[in-house]
Design a protein around this ligand. Structure first.
Ligand SMILES: [Zn+2]
Length: 268
C-alpha cells in the first residue's frame, strides 16, 4: 500500500508513524479499513472512540436505540444533552468532531437476518458490541459464513469477556452452540454493570481491530480473555473448534442466516 499521508495526517498520527511496527504504511492501512460496529452502547462507545482517534477510515454504526440518562454512566460518547436523540446521531457527531478523517455511516436499525448479510459484506472487520444473544448469534453466523473477522465482547456486573473470531479458529457457536432460553440470563438493565467495565472490554476490542487492520501481532483467535474487575485478574480460556458446530463444523446445519431463527431462543 502506498503511504500517501498529508501533512495534517503526519502530525495527527505521528505517535503511530514513529513506531517501526506501524509506520506510514500501518497508518495508511488503518485509514483504508472499514469497520462495522454493532451497538453504540457501553462497548460500542470506547470502540468508536479509539477507532476514530486511531484513524480507521470508515466506521459503520448500527443501533436502533435513543440515548437514555441511565446510559450515561458508561456510554461515554453520548452526553446529557443527547438524551432522547438516536444513538447513531450522537455517535456520528462524536466521531466527526474527534477526527474529520473518518467517514461515518449510520444504520439506525436493529440488525436482522435480512439486513445483516449486505451490511457485513460492505466492511472488512465487524465489532460485536451488542447486548443480547440474538444479535451475537446473528453477527457470528453472518461473519463466519462470509469469512469476515469479528471481535466479541460482553460485560456483566464486575466481569467481562473478549475474544476475536477469525476464519482460522473457532466461532461463537463453537463456544455456545445455541442461546440460553430467553429470560434466563439477565442483561445490564436487570443485572447492572460497573460503569468503567465496558470501557475496559471495549478498549481490548478496539486493540484487536487495530491489530487486524494492520495485520500485526497475534489476535485472540481460539482464546477468550475473562476479566474480573473485583479481583483485577484475567484468565485465558482456550476455545476449541467443534467438529459438530452448526456453522463452522464439518457438516454445518446452517448454510445461510435464512436457515436459522434469531428471535427469542435463537434455536434452529
Ligand atoms: Zn463454530
Amino acid at each position: 500500500m502506498r503511504p500517501d499521508l498529508d501533512p495534517e495526517q503526519l502530525d495527527r498520527y505521528s505517535r503511530h508513524i514513529i513506531m517501526d511496527d506501524v509506520g506510514p504504511a500501518g497508518q495508511a492501512a488503518l485509514l483504508d479499513t472499514d469497520v462495522l460496529v454493532v451497538g453504540a452502547g457501553g462497548l460500542g462507545a470506547p470502540v468508536l472512540q479509539y477507532l476514530a482517534a486511531a484513524g480507521v477510515g470508515r466506521l459503520g454504526v448500527v443501533d436502533d436505540d435513543t440515548v437514555e440518562r441511565s446510559n450515561l454512566q458508561r456510554q461515554v460518547i453520548h452526553a446529557d444533552s443527547d438524551v432522547g436523540r438516536p444513538k447513531v446521531d450522537s455517535a456520528r457527531e462524536f466521531v466527526t468532531d474527534l477526527n474529520p478523517d473518518v467517514t461515518v455511516d449510520t444504520h439506525e436499525l436493529r440488525l436482522s437476518a435480512d439486513s445483516a448479510v449486505d451490511l457485513v459484506d460492505d466492511y472488512d472487520i465487524v465489532v460485536d458490541a451488542s447486548d443480547n444473544f440474538a444479535t451475537r448469534f446473528l453477527v457470528n453466523d453472518v461473519c463466519t459464513l462470509a469469512g469476515v473477522p469479528f471481535s466479541h465482547g460482553a460485560v456483566f456486573r464486575f466481569e467481562g469477556q473478549v475474544t476475536t473470531f477469525t476464519d482460522e479458529g473457532a466461532c461463537y457457536r463453537c463456544l455456545f452452540p445455541k442461546a440460553p432460553p430467553a429470560g434466563t440470563v439477565p442483561d445490564c438493565a436487570t443485572a447492572g454493570v460497573l460503569g468503567v467495565l465496558p470501557g475496559t472490554i471495549g478498549c481490548l476490542q478496539a486493540t484487536e481491530v487495530l491489530k487486524l487492520a494492520m495485520d500485526y501481532g497475534d489476535p485472540l483467535s481460539g482464546r477468550l480473555l475473562a476479566f474480573d474487575a473485583g479481583s483485577m485478574s484475567v484468565d485465558e480460556v482456550p476455545i476449541a473448534k467443534r467438529p459438530d458446530c452448526p456453522v463452522c463444523g464439518e457438516d454445518p446445519a446452517i448454510g445461510a442466516v435464512s436457515e436459522a431463527s434469531y428471535e427469542g431462543r435463537c434455536e434452529l
